[in-house]
Design a protein around this ligand. Structure first.
Ligand code: D5M
Ligand code: FE
Ligand code: ZN
Length: 475
Protein backbone atom coordinates (compact mmCIF):
# COMPACT_ATOMS: atom_id res chain seq x y z
CA UNK A 1 0.00 0.00 0.00
CA UNK A 2 2.72 2.44 1.07
CA UNK A 3 4.77 1.97 -2.08
CA UNK A 4 1.71 2.02 -4.35
CA UNK A 5 0.58 5.37 -2.99
CA UNK A 6 4.06 6.88 -3.16
CA UNK A 7 4.58 5.55 -6.69
CA UNK A 8 1.25 6.99 -7.84
CA UNK A 9 2.25 10.38 -6.44
CA UNK A 10 5.71 10.10 -7.92
CA UNK A 11 4.15 9.58 -11.36
CA UNK A 12 2.41 12.91 -10.90
CA UNK A 13 5.71 14.57 -9.96
CA UNK A 14 4.74 14.75 -6.29
CA UNK A 15 7.34 13.82 -3.68
CA UNK A 16 6.78 13.56 0.06
CA UNK A 17 9.35 14.03 2.80
CA UNK A 18 9.48 10.91 5.06
CA UNK A 19 7.51 12.49 7.93
CA UNK A 20 4.90 13.86 5.54
CA UNK A 21 4.61 10.43 3.88
CA UNK A 22 3.98 8.77 7.26
CA UNK A 23 1.26 11.28 8.03
CA UNK A 24 -0.39 11.06 4.61
CA UNK A 25 -0.46 7.25 4.68
CA UNK A 26 -2.46 7.38 7.89
CA UNK A 27 -5.24 9.31 6.19
CA UNK A 28 -8.37 7.45 5.00
CA UNK A 29 -7.75 8.48 1.42
CA UNK A 30 -4.04 9.29 1.08
CA UNK A 31 -4.10 10.19 -2.63
CA UNK A 32 -7.18 12.38 -2.27
CA UNK A 33 -5.63 14.07 0.76
CA UNK A 34 -2.44 15.00 -1.08
CA UNK A 35 -4.31 16.21 -4.16
CA UNK A 36 -6.53 18.44 -2.02
CA UNK A 37 -3.44 19.79 -0.28
CA UNK A 38 -1.74 20.64 -3.58
CA UNK A 39 -4.76 22.56 -4.83
CA UNK A 40 -4.34 24.98 -1.93
CA UNK A 41 -0.59 25.43 -2.34
CA UNK A 42 0.57 28.61 -4.09
CA UNK A 43 3.11 26.44 -5.92
CA UNK A 44 4.13 22.80 -5.73
CA UNK A 45 7.25 22.36 -3.60
CA UNK A 46 9.96 20.02 -4.83
CA UNK A 47 9.38 17.88 -1.76
CA UNK A 48 6.22 18.28 0.31
CA UNK A 49 7.04 18.50 3.99
CA UNK A 50 4.87 18.16 7.07
CA UNK A 51 5.11 21.94 7.44
CA UNK A 52 3.66 22.43 3.93
CA UNK A 53 0.66 20.29 4.94
CA UNK A 54 0.33 22.25 8.15
CA UNK A 55 0.40 25.53 6.20
CA UNK A 56 -2.52 24.33 4.07
CA UNK A 57 -4.77 22.55 6.52
CA UNK A 58 -4.04 24.31 9.79
CA UNK A 59 -4.78 27.68 8.20
CA UNK A 60 -8.22 26.32 7.35
CA UNK A 61 -8.59 25.29 10.98
CA UNK A 62 -9.32 21.70 10.02
CA UNK A 63 -7.89 19.75 12.95
CA UNK A 64 -8.70 16.31 11.50
CA UNK A 65 -6.31 16.69 8.61
CA UNK A 66 -3.81 19.10 10.16
CA UNK A 67 -0.58 17.42 11.24
CA UNK A 68 0.08 18.34 14.85
CA UNK A 69 2.84 20.87 15.25
CA UNK A 70 6.04 18.96 15.87
CA UNK A 71 6.78 18.50 19.52
CA UNK A 72 9.05 21.36 20.47
CA UNK A 73 12.67 20.37 20.82
CA UNK A 74 13.36 19.39 24.39
CA UNK A 75 14.09 22.57 26.25
CA UNK A 76 17.28 22.44 28.15
CA UNK A 77 16.49 24.02 31.44
CA UNK A 78 19.20 25.27 33.66
CA UNK A 79 19.61 27.07 36.91
CA UNK A 80 17.91 30.40 37.24
CA UNK A 81 15.76 31.59 34.44
CA UNK A 82 17.91 30.77 31.40
CA UNK A 83 16.44 28.44 28.79
CA UNK A 84 18.07 27.34 25.57
CA UNK A 85 15.33 27.72 22.98
CA UNK A 86 17.44 26.51 20.09
CA UNK A 87 21.00 25.46 19.31
CA UNK A 88 22.70 22.56 17.56
CA UNK A 89 24.11 20.94 20.71
CA UNK A 90 23.14 17.26 20.70
CA UNK A 91 21.20 17.62 17.43
CA UNK A 92 23.98 17.41 14.84
CA UNK A 93 23.40 14.74 12.19
CA UNK A 94 25.21 15.91 9.10
CA UNK A 95 28.01 14.08 7.35
CA UNK A 96 28.61 16.82 4.80
CA UNK A 97 27.67 14.84 1.69
CA UNK A 98 25.89 16.24 -1.36
CA UNK A 99 22.46 15.09 -0.18
CA UNK A 100 23.03 16.90 3.14
CA UNK A 101 23.85 20.11 1.29
CA UNK A 102 20.79 19.86 -0.97
CA UNK A 103 18.58 19.31 2.07
CA UNK A 104 20.29 22.10 4.00
CA UNK A 105 19.79 24.71 1.28
CA UNK A 106 16.25 23.47 0.73
CA UNK A 107 15.49 24.02 4.41
CA UNK A 108 17.02 27.52 4.24
CA UNK A 109 14.96 28.29 1.14
CA UNK A 110 11.69 26.96 2.55
CA UNK A 111 12.09 28.65 5.95
CA UNK A 112 12.89 32.08 4.56
CA UNK A 113 10.33 31.67 1.76
CA UNK A 114 7.66 31.15 4.41
CA UNK A 115 8.58 34.57 5.80
CA UNK A 116 8.67 36.20 2.36
CA UNK A 117 5.32 34.88 1.11
CA UNK A 118 3.66 36.80 3.93
CA UNK A 119 5.05 40.07 2.57
CA UNK A 120 2.34 42.23 1.04
CA UNK A 121 4.61 43.17 -1.88
CA UNK A 122 4.87 39.52 -2.90
CA UNK A 123 1.19 38.63 -2.99
CA UNK A 124 0.60 36.65 -6.17
CA UNK A 125 4.15 35.36 -6.47
CA UNK A 126 4.69 32.45 -8.85
CA UNK A 127 7.39 29.86 -9.54
CA UNK A 128 10.39 30.87 -11.65
CA UNK A 129 9.43 28.74 -14.72
CA UNK A 130 5.93 30.24 -14.57
CA UNK A 131 7.33 33.77 -14.23
CA UNK A 132 9.32 33.31 -17.43
CA UNK A 133 6.12 32.58 -19.38
CA UNK A 134 4.21 35.67 -18.22
CA UNK A 135 4.01 38.88 -20.16
CA UNK A 136 3.33 41.23 -17.22
CA UNK A 137 4.84 42.20 -13.89
CA UNK A 138 6.02 39.01 -12.14
CA UNK A 139 6.93 38.23 -8.54
CA UNK A 140 8.86 35.24 -7.33
CA UNK A 141 11.07 34.01 -4.50
CA UNK A 142 14.42 32.31 -4.96
CA UNK A 143 17.81 31.47 -3.57
CA UNK A 144 20.67 33.39 -5.17
CA UNK A 145 23.13 31.04 -6.90
CA UNK A 146 25.52 33.57 -8.29
CA UNK A 147 25.98 37.31 -8.62
CA UNK A 148 28.28 38.90 -11.20
CA UNK A 149 28.76 42.14 -13.05
CA UNK A 150 28.40 41.95 -16.83
CA UNK A 151 30.87 43.56 -19.19
CA UNK A 152 28.37 46.37 -19.74
CA UNK A 153 28.15 47.11 -16.01
CA UNK A 154 24.77 45.49 -15.32
CA UNK A 155 24.38 43.10 -12.40
CA UNK A 156 23.40 39.54 -13.25
CA UNK A 157 21.87 37.37 -10.54
CA UNK A 158 21.25 33.69 -11.14
CA UNK A 159 18.34 32.73 -8.92
CA UNK A 160 16.72 29.36 -8.23
CA UNK A 161 13.56 27.93 -6.69
CA UNK A 162 12.27 24.33 -6.33
CA UNK A 163 11.14 24.27 -9.93
CA UNK A 164 13.80 26.02 -11.92
CA UNK A 165 16.23 28.87 -12.23
CA UNK A 166 16.67 31.99 -14.28
CA UNK A 167 18.98 34.93 -14.78
CA UNK A 168 17.69 38.16 -13.23
CA UNK A 169 19.26 41.37 -14.46
CA UNK A 170 19.65 44.63 -12.58
CA UNK A 171 20.31 47.29 -15.18
CA UNK A 172 23.21 49.67 -14.70
CA UNK A 173 20.71 52.52 -14.89
CA UNK A 174 18.52 51.07 -12.09
CA UNK A 175 18.49 52.58 -8.62
CA UNK A 176 19.08 49.01 -7.38
CA UNK A 177 22.49 48.72 -9.01
CA UNK A 178 24.34 49.38 -5.72
CA UNK A 179 22.17 46.94 -3.76
CA UNK A 180 24.39 44.19 -2.38
CA UNK A 181 22.92 40.80 -3.26
CA UNK A 182 24.80 38.00 -1.51
CA UNK A 183 25.27 34.54 -2.91
CA UNK A 184 22.98 32.01 -1.16
CA UNK A 185 20.59 34.59 0.32
CA UNK A 186 16.85 34.13 -0.24
CA UNK A 187 15.08 37.13 -1.78
CA UNK A 188 11.87 38.09 -3.47
CA UNK A 189 12.07 39.70 -6.90
CA UNK A 190 9.52 41.85 -8.67
CA UNK A 191 10.25 42.45 -12.33
CA UNK A 192 9.37 41.97 -15.97
CA UNK A 193 10.20 39.06 -18.20
CA UNK A 194 12.42 39.95 -21.16
CA UNK A 195 10.79 39.77 -24.60
CA UNK A 196 12.31 36.40 -25.42
CA UNK A 197 11.31 35.02 -22.02
CA UNK A 198 14.85 34.02 -21.08
CA UNK A 199 15.44 36.39 -18.16
CA UNK A 200 13.80 38.74 -15.67
CA UNK A 201 14.57 42.43 -15.51
CA UNK A 202 14.59 43.28 -11.80
CA UNK A 203 12.50 46.25 -10.67
CA UNK A 204 12.35 45.58 -6.95
CA UNK A 205 14.10 43.33 -4.46
CA UNK A 206 12.09 42.28 -1.41
CA UNK A 207 13.98 41.14 1.67
CA UNK A 208 12.31 39.07 4.40
CA UNK A 209 13.46 41.55 7.10
CA UNK A 210 12.05 41.77 10.62
CA UNK A 211 8.71 43.42 11.37
CA UNK A 212 8.64 46.97 12.68
CA UNK A 213 7.61 46.72 16.31
CA UNK A 214 7.85 48.83 19.41
CA UNK A 215 10.45 46.39 20.70
CA UNK A 216 10.78 45.32 24.32
CA UNK A 217 7.63 46.35 26.15
CA UNK A 218 8.55 47.08 29.79
CA UNK A 219 8.28 44.04 32.08
CA UNK A 220 8.59 43.60 35.82
CA UNK A 221 12.06 42.06 35.56
CA UNK A 222 14.64 43.86 37.65
CA UNK A 223 17.59 41.94 36.18
CA UNK A 224 20.46 43.14 34.06
CA UNK A 225 22.41 41.00 31.61
CA UNK A 226 26.06 41.75 30.81
CA UNK A 227 27.77 40.71 27.56
CA UNK A 228 31.44 39.83 27.86
CA UNK A 229 32.86 38.53 24.60
CA UNK A 230 36.19 37.47 23.09
CA UNK A 231 38.11 36.90 26.31
CA UNK A 232 40.94 35.18 24.38
CA UNK A 233 42.44 33.66 27.52
CA UNK A 234 45.96 32.43 26.75
CA UNK A 235 46.87 35.34 24.49
CA UNK A 236 49.88 37.47 25.43
CA UNK A 237 47.68 40.53 24.96
CA UNK A 238 44.90 39.32 27.31
CA UNK A 239 44.08 42.43 29.38
CA UNK A 240 44.34 40.89 32.82
CA UNK A 241 44.33 44.13 34.82
CA UNK A 242 41.27 45.48 33.08
CA UNK A 243 39.55 42.10 33.44
CA UNK A 244 40.28 42.12 37.18
CA UNK A 245 38.90 45.67 37.43
CA UNK A 246 35.75 44.47 35.72
CA UNK A 247 35.38 41.51 38.07
CA UNK A 248 35.88 43.83 41.05
CA UNK A 249 33.11 46.06 39.70
CA UNK A 250 30.84 43.03 39.19
CA UNK A 251 31.45 41.97 42.79
CA UNK A 252 30.88 45.39 44.29
CA UNK A 253 28.27 46.99 42.00
CA UNK A 254 26.62 43.99 40.33
CA UNK A 255 23.94 43.50 42.97
CA UNK A 256 22.97 47.21 42.82
CA UNK A 257 22.09 46.96 39.13
CA UNK A 258 20.53 43.50 39.34
CA UNK A 259 23.36 41.90 37.37
CA UNK A 260 22.11 38.31 37.37
CA UNK A 261 23.36 37.05 34.00
CA UNK A 262 26.58 37.18 31.99
CA UNK A 263 26.57 35.97 28.38
CA UNK A 264 29.92 35.23 26.68
CA UNK A 265 29.44 35.19 22.87
CA UNK A 266 32.56 33.21 21.94
CA UNK A 267 36.36 33.23 21.62
CA UNK A 268 36.54 32.29 25.29
CA UNK A 269 40.19 31.30 24.80
CA UNK A 270 42.76 32.19 22.14
CA UNK A 271 43.11 28.55 21.03
CA UNK A 272 46.03 27.25 18.99
CA UNK A 273 46.80 27.22 15.28
CA UNK A 274 44.02 29.67 14.45
CA UNK A 275 46.17 31.98 12.30
CA UNK A 276 49.78 31.88 11.02
CA UNK A 277 52.47 32.16 13.73
CA UNK A 278 49.88 32.45 16.49
CA UNK A 279 52.19 30.58 18.89
CA UNK A 280 54.38 33.70 19.05
CA UNK A 281 51.42 35.58 20.53
CA UNK A 282 50.46 32.94 23.08
CA UNK A 283 51.19 33.12 26.76
CA UNK A 284 49.63 29.66 27.30
CA UNK A 285 50.41 27.28 24.45
CA UNK A 286 48.17 24.39 25.49
CA UNK A 287 44.51 24.86 24.74
CA UNK A 288 43.39 22.83 27.78
CA UNK A 289 45.61 24.97 29.98
CA UNK A 290 43.94 28.03 28.47
CA UNK A 291 40.52 26.72 29.52
CA UNK A 292 41.90 25.81 32.96
CA UNK A 293 43.13 29.36 33.42
CA UNK A 294 39.79 30.74 32.25
CA UNK A 295 37.90 28.45 34.64
CA UNK A 296 40.02 29.84 37.47
CA UNK A 297 39.24 33.44 36.46
CA UNK A 298 35.52 32.71 36.26
CA UNK A 299 35.51 31.49 39.86
CA UNK A 300 35.64 35.12 40.98
CA UNK A 301 32.23 35.80 39.45
CA UNK A 302 29.70 35.76 42.33
CA UNK A 303 27.63 32.57 42.61
CA UNK A 304 24.34 34.37 42.13
CA UNK A 305 25.22 35.32 38.54
CA UNK A 306 24.30 32.79 35.85
CA UNK A 307 27.07 32.63 33.24
CA UNK A 308 26.32 31.36 29.72
CA UNK A 309 29.30 30.54 27.49
CA UNK A 310 29.25 30.06 23.73
CA UNK A 311 32.13 29.03 21.45
CA UNK A 312 33.68 31.14 18.68
CA UNK A 313 36.21 30.47 15.97
CA UNK A 314 39.09 30.32 18.49
CA UNK A 315 37.43 27.70 20.70
CA UNK A 316 37.97 23.94 20.86
CA UNK A 317 34.93 22.71 18.91
CA UNK A 318 34.34 22.19 15.20
CA UNK A 319 34.76 25.41 13.26
CA UNK A 320 31.78 24.78 10.99
CA UNK A 321 28.64 26.63 12.06
CA UNK A 322 26.36 25.90 13.80
CA UNK A 323 28.94 25.03 16.47
CA UNK A 324 27.91 22.78 19.35
CA UNK A 325 28.72 23.66 22.96
CA UNK A 326 32.23 22.98 24.26
CA UNK A 327 32.91 19.26 24.86
CA UNK A 328 32.51 17.59 28.27
CA UNK A 329 36.25 17.37 28.75
CA UNK A 330 36.33 21.16 28.88
CA UNK A 331 32.96 21.66 30.55
CA UNK A 332 34.24 19.61 33.50
CA UNK A 333 36.95 22.19 34.17
CA UNK A 334 34.34 24.84 34.89
CA UNK A 335 32.06 25.38 37.84
CA UNK A 336 28.97 23.27 37.16
CA UNK A 337 26.71 26.31 37.31
CA UNK A 338 28.24 27.71 34.10
CA UNK A 339 25.95 26.94 31.20
CA UNK A 340 27.59 25.92 27.91
CA UNK A 341 25.61 26.53 24.73
CA UNK A 342 26.17 26.31 20.98
CA UNK A 343 26.82 29.04 18.41
CA UNK A 344 24.42 30.49 17.39
CA UNK A 345 21.99 30.06 20.24
CA UNK A 346 18.54 31.38 21.05
CA UNK A 347 18.23 31.93 24.80
CA UNK A 348 15.29 32.95 26.88
CA UNK A 349 15.99 34.92 30.02
CA UNK A 350 13.15 36.24 32.15
CA UNK A 351 10.78 36.37 29.21
CA UNK A 352 13.23 38.00 26.78
CA UNK A 353 14.52 36.24 23.70
CA UNK A 354 18.24 36.68 23.12
CA UNK A 355 19.98 35.59 19.94
CA UNK A 356 23.67 35.17 20.62
CA UNK A 357 26.02 34.58 17.67
CA UNK A 358 29.80 34.85 17.72
CA UNK A 359 29.74 36.70 14.40
CA UNK A 360 32.33 34.99 12.18
CA UNK A 361 30.25 35.77 9.10
CA UNK A 362 31.07 39.45 9.51
CA UNK A 363 34.40 38.56 7.84
CA UNK A 364 32.34 37.68 4.75
CA UNK A 365 29.79 40.48 5.05
CA UNK A 366 32.46 43.20 5.04
CA UNK A 367 33.57 41.84 1.66
CA UNK A 368 30.15 41.35 0.13
CA UNK A 369 28.02 44.26 1.32
CA UNK A 370 28.90 47.71 0.09
CA UNK A 371 29.58 50.24 2.81
CA UNK A 372 30.26 47.69 5.56
CA UNK A 373 33.55 47.47 7.42
CA UNK A 374 34.96 45.87 10.55
CA UNK A 375 34.24 49.17 12.33
CA UNK A 376 30.50 48.84 11.66
CA UNK A 377 29.47 45.52 13.26
CA UNK A 378 26.05 46.87 14.21
CA UNK A 379 25.39 47.64 10.53
CA UNK A 380 26.51 44.12 9.64
CA UNK A 381 24.00 42.79 12.18
CA UNK A 382 21.24 44.84 10.54
CA UNK A 383 22.15 43.22 7.22
CA UNK A 384 21.78 39.79 8.87
CA UNK A 385 18.33 40.71 10.21
CA UNK A 386 17.19 42.11 6.84
CA UNK A 387 18.12 38.78 5.26
CA UNK A 388 16.85 36.77 8.25
CA UNK A 389 20.12 34.87 8.09
CA UNK A 390 23.34 35.11 10.07
CA UNK A 391 25.71 33.70 7.44
CA UNK A 392 24.16 33.66 3.95
CA UNK A 393 27.34 33.12 1.95
CA UNK A 394 28.55 29.55 1.59
CA UNK A 395 32.15 29.07 0.51
CA UNK A 396 33.64 32.20 2.10
CA UNK A 397 35.50 32.48 5.37
CA UNK A 398 32.63 31.11 7.46
CA UNK A 399 32.50 27.33 7.24
CA UNK A 400 28.95 25.97 7.33
CA UNK A 401 27.87 22.45 8.31
CA UNK A 402 24.87 21.21 6.29
CA UNK A 403 22.62 20.20 9.17
CA UNK A 404 19.04 19.03 8.55
CA UNK A 405 17.74 22.41 9.58
CA UNK A 406 19.49 25.70 8.93
CA UNK A 407 20.25 26.90 12.46
CA UNK A 408 21.59 30.17 11.04
CA UNK A 409 18.18 31.27 9.79
CA UNK A 410 16.72 33.97 12.04
CA UNK A 411 13.29 32.37 12.17
CA UNK A 412 12.36 33.87 15.53
CA UNK A 413 12.64 37.63 15.97
CA UNK A 414 14.70 38.21 19.12
CA UNK A 415 14.46 41.05 21.64
CA UNK A 416 18.23 41.24 21.87
CA UNK A 417 20.76 40.25 19.21
CA UNK A 418 24.38 40.03 20.32
CA UNK A 419 27.63 39.31 18.48
CA UNK A 420 31.33 39.44 19.31
CA UNK A 421 34.18 38.54 16.96
CA UNK A 422 35.09 41.97 15.62
CA UNK A 423 36.33 43.16 19.03
CA UNK A 424 34.25 46.32 18.80
CA UNK A 425 31.84 47.68 21.38
CA UNK A 426 28.50 49.16 20.51
CA UNK A 427 24.78 49.24 21.08
CA UNK A 428 22.04 50.21 18.66
CA UNK A 429 18.45 49.41 17.87
CA UNK A 430 16.90 48.06 14.69
CA UNK A 431 13.11 47.82 14.44
CA UNK A 432 12.84 47.42 18.20
CA UNK A 433 15.62 44.81 18.48
CA UNK A 434 18.53 45.71 20.76
CA UNK A 435 21.79 45.18 18.87
CA UNK A 436 24.93 44.59 20.89
CA UNK A 437 28.54 44.11 19.87
CA UNK A 438 30.32 42.86 22.95
CA UNK A 439 33.96 44.07 22.83
CA UNK A 440 36.95 41.91 23.81
CA UNK A 441 39.51 41.41 26.59
CA UNK A 442 42.39 41.08 24.15
CA UNK A 443 44.49 44.05 23.14
CA UNK A 444 45.64 44.43 19.54
CA UNK A 445 47.79 41.47 18.45
CA UNK A 446 50.65 41.85 15.94
CA UNK A 447 48.52 39.85 13.50
CA UNK A 448 45.75 42.42 13.86
CA UNK A 449 48.26 45.28 13.60
CA UNK A 450 49.51 43.79 10.34
CA UNK A 451 45.90 43.84 9.07
CA UNK A 452 45.39 47.38 10.37
CA UNK A 453 42.68 46.15 12.70
CA UNK A 454 42.02 48.22 15.84
CA UNK A 455 40.02 46.66 18.69
CA UNK A 456 37.90 48.50 21.24
CA UNK A 457 38.60 46.33 24.31
CA UNK A 458 37.49 46.04 27.95
CA UNK A 459 33.91 47.28 27.57
CA UNK A 460 30.79 45.62 28.92
CA UNK A 461 27.44 46.26 27.24
CA UNK A 462 24.56 45.93 29.72
CA UNK A 463 20.86 45.47 29.02
CA UNK A 464 18.19 45.86 31.68
CA UNK A 465 15.69 43.09 31.01
CA UNK A 466 12.79 45.01 32.51
CA UNK A 467 13.18 48.40 30.83
CA UNK A 468 15.24 47.33 27.80
CA UNK A 469 17.65 50.17 28.56
CA UNK A 470 21.18 49.59 27.22
CA UNK A 471 24.49 51.03 28.36
CA UNK A 472 28.20 50.33 28.09
CA UNK A 473 30.57 50.24 31.04
CA UNK A 474 34.25 50.75 30.19
CA UNK A 475 37.14 49.34 32.26
O1 D5M B 1 38.87 37.96 15.06
C1 D5M B 1 39.05 39.26 15.53
C2 D5M B 1 39.07 40.25 14.45
O2 D5M B 1 40.36 40.31 13.87
C3 D5M B 1 38.20 40.03 13.24
O3 D5M B 1 36.90 40.35 13.41
C4 D5M B 1 38.81 41.01 12.30
C5 D5M B 1 40.26 40.87 12.60
N1 D5M B 1 40.89 40.00 11.62
C6 D5M B 1 41.19 38.70 11.77
N2 D5M B 1 41.76 38.22 10.65
C7 D5M B 1 41.81 39.25 9.78
C8 D5M B 1 42.25 39.43 8.45
N3 D5M B 1 42.82 38.40 7.77
N4 D5M B 1 42.14 40.64 7.89
C9 D5M B 1 41.59 41.68 8.58
N5 D5M B 1 41.14 41.58 9.83
C10 D5M B 1 41.24 40.38 10.42
P1 D5M B 1 39.23 36.70 15.93
O4 D5M B 1 38.21 35.69 15.62
O5 D5M B 1 39.25 37.10 17.35
O6 D5M B 1 40.59 36.26 15.49
FE1 FE C 1 37.81 37.14 18.85
ZN1 ZN D 1 36.30 35.45 16.56
Amino acid sequence: MRNKVLEALCDEGIFLAPEAADFVLNQDNPLGYVRTAIESMPQLPLVITLQDLRDVFCEKGDARVCPATAAPEPRKLCRGEVKVLKDITGNSTCEGNIIDFARYFNDRFQTIKRILVRRRELVGCVSIPKALTLDREVKFIGLVNEVRTTKNGHKMIEIEDEEGKCPALILKSSSLIDESVIQDEVIGIIGKTSKKGEMIIVEEIVRPDVPITGGMAPSDSSSTVAFISDIHMGSKTFLRDRWLNMIKWVRTEGANIGLNYIVVPGDCVDGIGIYPDQEEELEIEDVFEQYHALAELMKDIPDGIQVVMQPGNHDAVRLAEPQPALPDQIVEMFDSSIMMVGNPCYLQIEGRTILSYHGRSMDDLVNSVQGLSYNLPLDAMREMLRRRHMASLYGGKTPLAPEKKDYLVIDTVPDIFVTGHVHGAGIAEYRGIRLINASTWQDQTSFQRMHNFNPDPAKVPLVHLGTGKCSIKAF
